[in-house]
Design a protein around this ligand. Structure first.
Ligand SMILES: CC(C)(COP(=O)(O)OP(=O)(O)OC[C@H]1O[C@@H](n2cnc3c(N)ncnc32)[C@H](O)[C@@H]1OP(=O)(O)O)[C@@H](O)C(=O)NCCC(=O)NCCS
Length: 153
């Protein structure tokens, strides 16, 4: 699948049942519906989905905080991975929120695939949060992408 075979658009509330279905397949401790509703309610957030022929392939949730945009959640349906969907979603986040603005995220230290994805976008590890994930006590890697110009609020 090339990126031309799917489209990226803003996520809306009517998409949430399909988001939840992917979320439950993607994470050991999936977000609740309420968490997605909260993020969609933030006007400064960037919440996008990749769609093909009416089918949701994946989504990304990015929230704006004082210091940086925070990539809160990104997931691709297991049947559609390694075809550039996450890369296209992150490209679209950068297009929407700015290529030069700072971004941060947390990722499980064991999640080598996601870490490779983020590193390919210029995210770098700056430390860990000990036992950040309640389900298994795993540490989170803290990553920042801040190679561009200083943040201008
Ligand atoms: C991480 C995730 C979003 C990647 O989605 P994807 O659409 O498969 O990623 P892409 O196809 O866009 O991959 C882009 C690049 O990221 C890296 N990458 C992605 N998945 C990888 C994997 N499993 N192993 C190694 N590298 C990987 C590769 O460099 C890849 O480029 P390549 O395919 O040309 O080698 C997806 O695996 C997923 O939903 N995982 C479960 C949820 C999750 O862990 N989210 C991140 C939470 S922090």
């Amino acid at each position: 699948m090339s990126e031309h075979e799917f489209t990226i658009r803003r996520l809306n509330h009517t998409d949430l049942p399909r988001v939840i279905a992917i979320e439950r397949r993607a994470f050991p401790s999936p977000w609740s519906l309420g968490m997605f509703v909260l993020e969609l309610s933030k006007p400064s957030g960037v919440c996008l989905t990749a769609m093909r022929d009416g089918e949701m392939l994946g989504y990304v949730i990015c929230a704006r905080y004082d210091e940086a945009y925070h990539v809160m959640n990104i997931a691709v349906d297991p049947d559609h991975r390694r075809r550039g969907v996450a890369r296209a979603l992150l490209d679209a986040v950068l297009d929407a929120a700015g290529h030069q603005t700072p971004y941060t995220l947390e990722v499980r230290v064991s999640n080598a695939g996601a870490i490779a994805l983020y590193e390919s976008f210029g995210f770098r590890s700056v430390g860990t949060r000990r036992r950040y994930y309640a389900d298994n006590g795993e540490d989170a890697l803290i990553m920042w992408r801040a190679d561009g110009e200083p943040w201008e609020a």
